[in-house]
Write a protein that binds this ligand. Structure first.
Ligand code: C5P
Length: 227
């Protein structure tokens, strides 16, 4: 069986969301958003560790895990960094994932990714080295500078990248070493892996697998969940 480590970056401040509570702790269907990702991660065969980077002053996650009786030795809460890249880099140093075959990185604020999607990404990542869920774009995408359009992108070539993103461990570690050496930032892990020269396989993502960033996203996720 493929051995797996899952990183759930959760050290963001959630500033765009407004309010006091980081967005991963806001309730969705009566449960904090992050716990959906934690529970799905723990339910996957072969998962040896779920590493969760949180901000240095954050004690909320530990409290919630206790409150919701999620008591599993495979959960490792670690300190995150100032950027998502640094949070994942810190998680990658955790000894609990030093020996796994495949590492998945999944945003703590994507509660509705299915177990099936996790499994498909694991299989594709193991086979190809790197795999991500992608969905087609229905809007036309523009490049805009100073409020004026400078270009229109061929929509048929555009995909929106979701998480979980999966990588063979050696592929992800060398991509992060390369990114840190060359001061590359990225808004997802695949972009750092691409920059290291590794091909990234796209597999169909899920329309319901939205990233909760705004209150509108939260309302939308609640309506998807109730269906
Ligand atoms: O900011 P963004 O929406 O891209 O955040 C995606 C995920 O990365 C969130 O789950 C957030 O908590 C996490 N993150 C992190 N460390 C940071 C910034 C964001 O773990 N410094």
């Amino acid at each position: 069986m493929i051995s797996i480590g899952i990183i759930l970056p959760a050290a963001g401040s959630g500033i765009r969301f407004g309010g006091q509570l980081p967005k991963q702790y806001v309730l969705l269907g009566g449960k904090p958003i992050i716990l959906y990702a934690v529970e799905t991660s723990l339910s996957i065969d072969g998962v040896q560790s779920v590493v969760i980077p949180v901000s240095p002053t954050d004690t909320t996650l530990q409290t919630l895990l206790k409150h919701y009786s999620i008591d599993d030795d495979r959960i490792n809460v670690v300190t995150g960094g100032n950027t998502r890249r640094d949070s994942v880099a810190n998680a990658l140093m955790n000894s609990s994932i030093a020996e796994v075959d495949v590492i998945l990185v999944h945003d703590a604020v994507r509660p509705l990714a299915s177990k099936k999607l996790f499994e498909q990404i694991i299989d594709a990542a193991y086979r190809e080295g790197a795999a991500i869920p992608c969905v087609e774009e229905s809007d036309t995408a523009k490049i805009v500078r100073n409020d004026f359009v400078v270009d229109t992108i061929n929509r048929s070539e555009i995909r929106r990248a979701q998480t979980p993103q999966g990588f063979r461990r050696d592929v992800l570690v060398s991509a992060y070493n390369n990114a840190i050496r060359h001061s590359l930032a990225g808004t997802d892990d695949a972009s750092l892996v691409e920059a290291s020269g590794q091909r990234v396989r796209c597999i169909p993502g899920e329309p319901a697998n939205i990233k909760i960033t705004t209150n509108t996203d939260l309302t939308f996720a609640a309506s998807l969940l109730s269906k």
